[in-house]
Each structure stands twice: as C-alpha cells, then as structure tokens.
Design a protein around this ligand. Structure first.
Ligand code: ATP
Length: 252
C-alpha cells in the first residue's frame, strides 16, 4: 500500500503540489488526471525519489520513503514523461546499462518477449536518437519492464505508442494489477482512464479535486460523459466563444 500524506512541492515561489493526501491499494490501477501543469509528474517523481517534496510524507508498505529509499526503489519501476534519454546508446546498450545499474540477471528471455511484443526485433542495434518518438517510448517501456517489481509508475506511458503497442501495454497493466500488484499512471486520455482505472485522482493546479472510482464519478453526474464531467471539474467545458474568436464562426 502507498500512503501519500499531506505532500507539497514548491519550485521556488511556484506551488506545484499542495497538501496531497491519498492511498493507493495493491491490486489497483490508479490513474492521475489533470491539465498540463496540474502536478501529475511532480507527484510521480516524488514517489520515485527523483524530486524531494517540500513537505509531507510518502509511506510504501509501512516504510517511510525518506528513510528507506533503497529498499523502496527495489519495489518500483518508473517510466518518465520524456523518452529523450541516453540517445547516443543503441536500444540493446540502453537495456544492458539498466540491467547493470539495477543488478538484474537473466533478463534475456523477458527482454526477447518484450522486444517481440513491441515489434522491435529489427531495431535493437540502432541508436535511440535514430528512433521515432513512439519507438523511443517502446524502448523506455521495455527497459522499465525488464524486471517485474511490484509497483509500476508510468508517466503518460501511452504517449506516441501505436494502437497495437498501446493495447498490449494496457493488457500488461491489467495483468499486473490482477496479480495483486500496483500500477500507477498518468494520462490525458479519458477513454484510457475509463477503460483501465480502478481509482482516479484528478489534480487541478496542484490540488486534489477528485479521488475515487470512475464509476462513482459517473454516478455523481448522471447523463454526462467522463469528458463532460472532467472538463466541468478540472477545466472549462465551454470554450466555444474563444474557439470562434480564434478560428472564426462556421457558416457551413
Ligand atoms: N523543475 C521545475 N522547476 C520549476 N517549476 C517546475 C519544475 N517542474 C515542474 N514545474 C512546475 O510545476 C507545475 C506542475 O508540473 P508537473 O510537471 O507536475 O505537471 P503535469 O501535471 O505533469 O503536467 P503535464 O500534463 O504538462 O505533463 C507546473 O506549473 C510546472 O511548470
């Protein structure tokens, strides 16, 4: 179980996250939604110790993160929100580097399965810099899934993936949660959130504005789609005047 208690993060004068409190149970696919800059990546980076929160605490399986970083890191794998890393390495060199850094042995069988699943067999000896955005994302995902720790933290993992790879990843996420393990991810895709999430957190300007199931949210707003509900609480539902102002009114 992951407990986030009163977590805040300031970047200088900018408050990116304000008093976030929530619990993520094992066996859940937990989704973070929120407009650009809402605080999703800040939350996920705090969970993987890439950034140090300004205040508050994170407890994983009863251990406080601050005092148990190494033990907790071993339970987690992470996909960052940008795949533009280690561009000078070939895909194979990148995975070897990860295996060495995380002390993983016997990765070849699982790597071959992942490479085949994501259709990367022909490209493994090419540099990441020569890959398209989606192929880099696949390489990062394969790297993150070389081991199979209990907790997957995936920051916009479907970004740039083709429909087949996105489908396969969603199936893997479901299987991981069905094994009683935890998948935490962020997305801007409401259909994906609706398909996958057992629980949702919606952030707005660093504050939690909804925490619960998708179904509960739909029940609270009868006859509205998730898109309408989401825009109603996290954004502006009716931007027509501004759109018309920019694009002109349609006379068709
Ligand atoms: N290193 C940083 N220095 C200063 N401000 C930052 C930094 N990282 C994030 N921020 C700010 O913190 C806020 C939250 O950013 P964050 O990346 O968590 O948002 P997000 O919800 O992941 O957005 P997106 O959907 O665009 O990825 C934003 O206002 C952002 O500009």
């Amino acid at each position: 179980m992951i407990e986030i208690e009163d977590l805040s993060k300031n970047y200088g004068k900018k408050t990116a996250l304000k008093n976030l409190t929530l619990t993520i149970e094992p066996g859940q696919i937990f989704g973070f939604l929120g407009h650009n800059g809402a605080g999703k990546s800040t939350t996920l980076k705090s969970l993987v110790s890439i950034i140090e929160p300004t205040s508050g605490k994170i407890v994983v399986d009863g251990l406080e993160l601050k005092a148990n970083r190494q033990a907790i890191k071993e339970k987690i794998t992470y996909v960052p929100d940008t795949p533009d890393i280690f561009l000078q390495l070939t895909a194979m060199e990148y995975w070897d580097l990860l295996a060495a850094a995380y002390n993983l042995s016997d990765i070849s069988e699982r790597r071959l399965k992942l490479v085949t699943l994501f259709g990367m067999e022909e490209r493994v000896d090419e540099t990441l810099s020569s890959f398209s955005h989606g192929m880099r994302q696949k390489a990062i995902l394969i790297g993150a899934l070389l081991s199979d720790p209990d907790i997957w933290i995936l920051d916009e993992p479907m970004q740039g993936l083709d429909p087949q790879a996105a489908y396969d990843l969603k199936q893997m996420m479901k299987k991981h949660a069905q094994k009683g393990k935890t998948v935490i991810f962020s997305t801007h895709n409401l259909d994906t959130a609706q398909q996958l999430c057992d629980q949702l957190a919606i952030l707005k300007q660093g504050e939690l504005i909804y925490n619960g199931s998708v179904q509960n949210l739909l029940n609270q707003h009868e006859n509205e789609s998730l898109e309408e509900i989401y825009l109603g609480i996290a954004g502006r539902i009716d931007d027509q005047e501004m759109v018309d102002d920019i694009e002109g009114e349609s006379h068709v």
